[in-house]
Write a protein that binds this ligand. Structure first.
Ligand SMILES: *Cc1c(COP(=O)(O)O)cnc(C)c1O
Length: 411
């Protein structure tokens, strides 16, 4: 059996330990929800204050040029592009993940005019499925969203599939797809591959260019630590950029926004995927998170993430047997992202009891306790403490306290 002292020794030798102080983490909290809202980079509060007090309050409208506000979104987009292994000038920061999905799905359907199917996975994140459903209904041309299980995807790629839209790491289970293999399978049937990197960017190694991915979207506020509601990103393979046409033709996607022409002409390249004025204060915060992610070696992040997810699963099995917990996250390293999901009939009150003790994970309907692993700031010994809290809550039945039963708006 492993001991807490052994884990503390691992922390003392951890090559990523120096990154913890780059984040503000409240005392007495074990934070296992960085896959839903990343912790705040220490630099972010000062950076946002500086942008507000100097660039906004003093610089006013001049700051679009003088403080480089107009270059913020493309600059951060290039940084995220490097992080996800995309070709230069293929990634930009814009809008939300949901809106970017709409833009890229619509553009994908126009690139495959004879085909009517958006293929996805049954357990995909709801917004991805909802956006596809809404787009199919809007077009009124017989398009449909077809969902299958992960195992059925290759066989479901028939000649009517325009685009295969998959989330690389599943939000519910933490299972990770083989991006290169599935992209190749889609291409072999003439379909485009659109990847949602919400639970991947900043968490697992990504090589979009190498995998030949056509399109991608992702979140700024999860493993990129960009702040609540941070702008999202999107990627379009350079091979498609001359041909692709987006459904939203806002002025900042125009070839010459400040010519104020009456007719729309798309900007060349990735800027055409934008829409309107970007949120400068949010971009300033996002850049702090992205800079840390670029600085930390991804190989070390992945090694620690795999070690910590494996450790967490092992501790749960060793210390909490006989309480009806069922780990749903894949054990095989190549098949999981950076979270551990555990099924239990009483997952909601158990998670509320954990949170009341400072162990913050989250609940995903109908019955999953979800624990995000963020190697930049998580210590091994904290995982011991989290599992000890879980063990105590289960053995004492503390979760039965009626105050843990009430459901709240955000789970
Ligand atoms: C978190 C998440 C989103 C979030 O979309 P928003 O538009 O930012 O609310 C979308 N897709 C997946 C797969 C996610 O995990």
């Amino acid at each position: 059996m492993i001991t807490r002292d052994e884990l503390a020794a691992l922390d003392a030798a951890d090559p990523l330990a120096r990154f913890r102080e780059r984040f503000v983490l409240p005392d007495g909290i074990v934070y296992l929800d960085g896959n839903s809202l990343g912790a705040m980079p220490r630099a972010a509060a000062a950076r946002v204050a500086a942008v507000a007090e100097h660039e906004w309050a003093q610089g006013l409208i001049r700051s679009w040029n003088d403080a480089g506000w107009i270059d913020l979104a493309p600059r951060i987009g290039s940084k995220i592009g490097r992080l996800i292994g995309a070709a230069p000038d293929s990634t930009m920061v814009a809008d939300s993940t949901s809106v970017n999905l709409f833009k890229l799905l619509a553009a994908a359907l126009r690139l495959r005019p004879g085909r009517r199917v958006i293929l996805s996975e049954r357990g995909n994140f709801p917004t991805d499925l909802y956006i596809a459903q809404g787009l199919a209904a809007l077009l009124e041309q017989g398009h449909e969203l077809r969902t299958v299980t992960a195992a059925e995807i290759p066989a479901a790629l028939d000649g009517n599939v325009a685009v295969m839209m998959l989330t690389h790491v599943n939000y519910h289970t933490g299972a990770m797809h083989d991006m290169a293999a599935l992209t190749a399978a889609a291409h072999a049937r003439g379909a485009l591959a659109l990847w949602d990197l919400a639970h991947s960017a900043g968490a697992v190694p990504l090589a979009l260019a190498e995998a030949g991915a056509d399109l991608a979207v992702g979140c700024g506020y999860k493993f990129l630590n960009g702040g609540p509601g941070a702008p999202a990103f999107l990627h379009v393979n350079p091979a498609l950029q001359a041909e692709i046409r987006y459904p939203i033709t806002g002025w900042l996607a125009h070839a010459a926004p400040f010519a104020f022409e009456p007719g729309f002409r798309p900007a060349p390249g990735i800027p055409a995927a934008g829409v309107g004025t970007p949120p400068v204060l949010s971009l300033a915060a996002l850049e702090c998170g992205v800079d840390i992610a670029l600085e930390a070696p991804m190989a070390e992040i992945r090694a620690k993430s795999l070690a910590q997810t494996a450790l967490f699963m092992r501790l749960v099995e060793e210390r909490c047997p006989g309480h009806g917990l069922a780990i749903v996250t894949p054990r095989e390293d190549k098949s999981r992202g950076s979270q551990v999901s555990i099924r239990h009939e009483q997952a909601w009150p158990i998670m509320q009891a954990l949170i009341s003790r400072g162990v913050i994970g989250d609940f995903r309907a109908p019955d999953v306790l979800r624990f995000g692993i963020t190697p930049l700031y998580l210590r091994h010994a904290e995982l011991w403490d989290a599992v000890e809290a879980l063990r105590d809550i289960l053995t004492t039945g503390a979760w039965r306290d009626p105050r843990f039963a009430a459901r709240r708006a955000v789970t």
